[in-house]
Design a protein around this ligand. Sequence first.
Ligand code: NAD
Ligand code: DAU
Length: 350
Amino acid sequence: MKKILITGGAGFIGSHVVRLFVNNYPNYHIYNLDALTYAGNLENLKDLESKPNYSFIKADITDADKMDALFAEHTFDGVIHLAAESHVDRSISDPLAFIKTNILGTVNLLNAAKTVWKDSMDDKLFYHISTDEVYGSLGAEGLFTETTAYDPRSPYSSSKASSDHLVRAYHHTYGMPVVISNCSNNYGPNQFPEKLIPLSINNIKHNKPIPIYGKGDNIRDWLYVHDHARAIDMIYHKGSNGETYNIGGINEWTNIDLIHQLCKVMDKKLGREEGESAKLITFVKDRAGHDMRYAIDSSKLMDELGWKPSLQFEEGIELTVDWYLANKEWLDNILSGDYEKYYNNQYNER
Ligand code: NAD
Ligand code: DAU
């Protein structure tokens, strides 16, 4: 039985990846390693608790000794590394947390893997999950490809860019078998309500203002989280050693158009008159250094591995709203923690 370590599996994307691997590969044992920060939530994985091929390990990737001990104990066959501090706004107020987890944490995992895999790296793989934000910000034209020069502009994207470079350095210097993927904005069930879509769903539900940074004309390329998990599955199994794959939704929206679309869906689901939720839209002070546009060219992944997104955005956003409205308890549990303090710090000054 192959042993696969998935880091950050209690978070948004990680929980969907863990579920896909546990359910689709009964011949793999999946170890989900997560520190359970504010963003980690074992409620996301309740349905997997009794599965014989699933184990949870509570650990912090910044703890090098612990990572060494875990790799020595299990000699994992593969690593899919998602654990990270992931929210750009938090990286602006607390960059150091991002440097520690995203850079040092990644090096700790690489070192631990290098030590236990030193005799034979042949059938091993370190798969690093990264972001399109490492490429910087686009103007009106063009798409990020795998050869676009890195130009990260926030503490978050700089820490992710740094971790990408380190993964490539371990490949070139030590022969570590690696793949990297850089994905666009994900949305879907289980996303922490600090990110634009779940934050707006929650605010609309509670008739609170929907805070739109600047003029709302920044553009993001949105991908349903299940399609990201499907891409990760394909890249893990069919990707070529040392390669990078971009993953995107072919689905660009300005923030303001996206929020109008979301408001339309919410009006329908909440039985409100059309146009009611949109009255909550409030333009607030822009994010510092706000990247203008992200858009991904996924043709390498589509042509070489046969991946394509399975859902249209209109369908995905409806599924997402349905999930948040049906999972009131999940959302209420988050709102009852430190969320209010974060929200007030982040938005009351704007
Ligand atoms: P998330 O914030 O929802 O989850 C991150 C998880 O990592 C949490 O469960 C958290 O507890 C865990 N974690 C944080 N610090 C840790 C530490 N020191 N040790 C162990 N575990 C720790 O993030 P997400 O949105 O699911 O993103 C997952 C990965 O995908 C990240 O690497 C992110 O950079 C990348 N990514 C995210 C998106 C997106 O749109 N959300 C897009 C592209 C790439
Ligand atoms: O592109 C991939 C990245 O997408 C991931 O690497 C990050 O982990 C993920 O958080 C996401 O980053 P963004 O900064 O693009 O996502 P966020 O949901 O925070 O913001 C989306 C857009 O909406 C962005 O232009 C900022 C804007 N925004 C966001 C919030 C939270 C608002 O206008 N108001 C808000 O309150």
